[in-house]
Design a protein around this ligand. Structure first.
Ligand SMILES: *Cc1c(COP(=O)(O)O)cnc(C)c1O
Length: 391
């Protein structure tokens, strides 16, 4: 049986157009993009600059505001630790760092790690729709705050935060605002200027580009200063030492160029596929609900609760469907998703939830088969749990 890939929120396939840009570069343009003394080095540098401009255009930034990293994990670490440490070194007394309980682990752990350096992490809870109450943020900001980090789109639920409202509160309080855009960039319209962001993280492999490259937007006016994580040659304006993977960077640029033109059409198609899936489950009498149903969500990430069917069992019964329980990073452990429980769901409800993330290359036929397979698996799992209960 053919596999169906429904885990685009964990990683997207690399678009063939992106691979077409990268293949000749891998083969022929091997020079170091920082070697300015010869033509091959200059060509590699030009490829990097083209990509930088495409990525900047995708989020409404200036190319000089884009710092390449190895991915969103590194970008998030650099933004949060870099900004906090720079401020502390300048003698700035603001020690509070605010984030949300549903952030990606790399944001939560970066914020928590800063407690060891004398900062005060504040992790805000959310409502059933995955939103932070603006009043709770305002209250948290009543103590002088160095930095606030709020993701634009959640990777487990697809829920969008109302960043424009929250941004106003953060700016009023004089704190820096960072946003993890790993799931938002290239999937929805993002403009760092309109949102008044100071720092923002991106990842190529979440937008049909290659794994191993990402970017941090660092605002120039007013200039946001960071302490780098790495010591070295001072590449990327001194913020990220190390030779740029110019081929991956060029692929990232092409992925950004495509996403800027196609994200809206992609979303229309994905919304149609999601509707097909829900309809298909309904006609097969599957009892389900969508977590964060009343929230504004991206159509490509579906947090689906299958009532009375443990998600782990359902997944085990579906070897040909690639889907996950919450985020990829935590799927090895069996504790229910911290994202869903932070939204006020019971652990038992969270344990019935799985994440389906179709993407640009998912077909209507894939979705029809998914509905069939899911319905069959749910029936099987419910029958066996019922048998166990009556044993
Ligand atoms: C995938 C993801 C990350 C990590 O990105 P990498 O490029 O894999 O390091 C961070 N935040 C969110 C929201 C993600 O979905």
């Amino acid at each position: 049986m053919q596999e169906i890939y429904l885990d685009n929120a964990a990683s997207t396939p690399c678009d063939a157009r992106v691979m077409a840009v990268m293949a000749p570069l891998f083969a022929e343009e091997y020079a170091n993009p920082h070697s300015g003394t010869h033509a091959p080095g200059q060509r590699a540098a030009e490829a990097v600059q083209t990509a930088r401009a495409e990525i900047a255009a995708l989020i409404g930034a200036d190319p000089r505001e884009i710092i390449f990293t190895s991915g969103a994990t590194e970008a998030n670490n650099l933004a949060i630790k870099g900004a906090a440490r720079f401020r502390a070194r300048q003698g700035d007394g603001r020690k509070r760092i605010i984030t949300l309980a549903t952030e990606h682990k790399c944001v939560l752990e970066s914020v928590r790690d800063l407690a060891l350096e004398g900062f005060e992490p504040i992790i805000l809870g959310l409502d059933r729709n995955g939103h932070v109450d603006p009043d709770r943020l305002r209250e948290a900001l009543s103590v002088p705050t160095a930095l606030v980090s709020i993701m634009a789109v959640n990777n487990e639920t697809g829920i969008l935060q109302d960043l424009s409202v929250l941004s106003g509160l953060v700016k009023e309080a004089g704190a820096l605002l960072h946003s993890d855009l790993a799931q938002a960039a290239g999937k929805t319209g993002i403009d760092v200027k309109t949102l008044n962001l100071d720092l923002a993280s991106l990842s190529a492999h979440k937008m049909y580009g290659p794994k191993g490259v990402g970017a941090l937007f660092v605002r120039r006016r007013p200039r946001v200063r960071l302490e780098p994580l790495f010591s070295g040659g001072g590449q990327e304006r001194g913020l990220r030492s190390g030779t740029l993977p110019s081929t991956l960077v060029a692929g990232f640029g092409e992925a950004a160029r495509i996403a800027r033109k196609e994200w809206s059409a992609d979303n229309d198609r994905l919304a149609g596929l999601a509707a097909e899936l829900f309809h298909g489950l309904g006609t097969r009498q599957v009892a389900f609900s969508i977590n964060g149903e009343d929230a504004r969500r991206l159509p490509g990430i579906i947090s689906l609760r299958l009532h009375d069917a443990p998600a782990m069992k359902v997944i085990e019964a579906l070897p040909h469907l690639a889907l996950s329980i919450g985020s990829a990073c935590s799927s090895a452990d069996l504790t229910p998703s911290y994202v869903l429980t932070a939204m006020g769901m019971e652990p038992s409800e969270a344990a019935e939830s799985l994440r389906l993330s179709p993407g640009r290359f998912t077909t209507p036929a894939d979705i029809a088969r998914t509905a069939d397979l899911l319905a069959g698996a749910v029936q099987k799992v419910r029958a066996s749990t019922f048998a166990q209960k009556t044993d």
